[in-house]
Design a protein around this ligand. Structure first.
Ligand code: BGC
Length: 361
């Protein structure tokens, strides 16, 4: 006689098939264990997905009024791509099939932002968008240095949102607003846009655009290339050409890697002029070259305006440009200091108001 260890009290005859019986019992217990572990795993996975869905949905619909801004902390929750989205979507095509070519650009009519919002229903709060049916090839932060140019910004939003969507970009629009009335500092605002946009999302391409420049062809892709790219190559202001070969002003695109390689942009150019030439010098001195669209694709219009207050030509600029190679290692993203005064999320853009300090002169 023998006692079965799995059934206390039961008595099993010592038959020749006893070891087979034991093996079968072991197998049953093993299978039950396996099944319960699989079940636990499945249930916890589902809970995680539901949680993810809830937090994302809540985040993207937090604005009540379509044009009201919600002030948020500068560390907002990044929008994460769910594993499901990554698996199911194919990369967007190299060339978007939605492009049409030349665009009609004019500045004679007033712009109603409510209308612009209605016409761009897929743009999310803060001016964020990504294609629904394919994975965008680049994550682009559009950075606009700004102060008191609301009318220009409206045209920019009117024309650029539809174009950027047709270009199938995963993008966000950041208006970096210089607080107060001290001398304007365009390049420092661009550096701040770089840092602040990265706090929100893992952008890998940065398009730096003046608020008054509108492309005239949607095939001028607002994306980064293997070399830093100059996009406003054919401006009406300059008779649809470059004012000089080294010109890098207006609209430019640098990948994260390219931007870091040149230590970002200079912080020391106060007032109008020179900072774009300094950026050009930085690029060339790091062994890179400028890539550009052709002069037809690169056509763009500038909104005419008077010179802004506190943005007079900087008399120091020629001296500064002559020394870029010596100053660029210590003046740039590694020496950037500023204070965020306020971050506002509007339906079509994120506005970050910053205190950049004042010119030492
Ligand atoms: C200035 C640049 C400016 C260019 C075209 C140059 O003299 O240094 O900053 O973009 O002129 O206006």
């Amino acid at each position: 006689m023998m006692r079965d260890p799995l059934l206390p009290g039961s008595v099993v005859a010592a038959l020749p098939g006893a070891s087979l019986q034991k093996a079968c019992r072991f197998l049953v217990v093993f299978c039950a264990l396996h099944l319960s572990i699989t079940l636990i795993y499945y249930v916890s996975e589902r809970e995680l997905n539901i949680f993810q869905y809830f937090t994302e949905h809540h985040y993207s619909t937090s604005s009540s009024s379509p044009l009201a801004a919600s002030t948020v902390q500068s560390t907002t929750r990044p929008h994460s791509t769910t594993a499901k989205e990554m698996v199911e979507l194919l990369d967007c095509p190299e060339t978007s099939p939605l492009l049409v070519g030349p665009l009609r650009i004019e500045f004679s009519h007033p712009v109603d932002l409510e209308e612009v919002k209605k016409n761009n229903p897929n743009v999310r709060e803060g001016g964020r968008y990504k294609p629904k049916d394919c994975n965008a090839r680049q994550k682009v932060a559009l950075i606009i240095p700004f102060r008191k140019r609301d009318e220009h910004l409206k045209y920019w939003l009117l024309y650029l949102h539809p174009m950027l969507q047709k270009q199938q970009l995963d993008y966000g629009v950041y208006v970096i607003n210089q607080d107060g009335d001290s001398t304007f500092n365009r390049a420092k605002l661009l550096n701040i846009g770089y840092v602040e946009s990265l706090k929100e999302y893992d952008y890998n391409c940065f398009v730096f655009s003046d608020v008054d420049l509108i492309p005239m062809d949607d095939k001028n892709i607002y994306k980064c290339s293997s070399q830093p790219r100059h996009l406003s190559v054919s401006m009406d202001k300059f008779g649809f050409g470059l004012p000089y070969n080294q010109y890098f002003g207006g609209v430019s695109a640098l990948s994260k890697e390219q931007f870091e390689k040149i230590n970002g942009f200079p912080n020391s150019y106060w007032g109008w002029g020179g900072e774009d030439d300094d950026i050009y010098n930085r690029i060339v001195s790091r062994g890179m070259s400028i890539s550009r669209p052709d002069a037809v694709t690169g056509k763009c219009r500038m909104i005419r305006h008077d010179r802004d207050a506190k943005n007079d030509p900087n008399p120091q600029r020629f001296d500064l440009i002559a020394h870029t190679r010596h100053t660029m290692n210590s003046d740039g993203i590694n020496s950037l200091s500023y204070k965020v005064v306020k971050t506002e999320k509007y339906p079509l853009y994120t506005k970050i108001t910053v205190d950049v300090g004042a010119s030492p002169r």
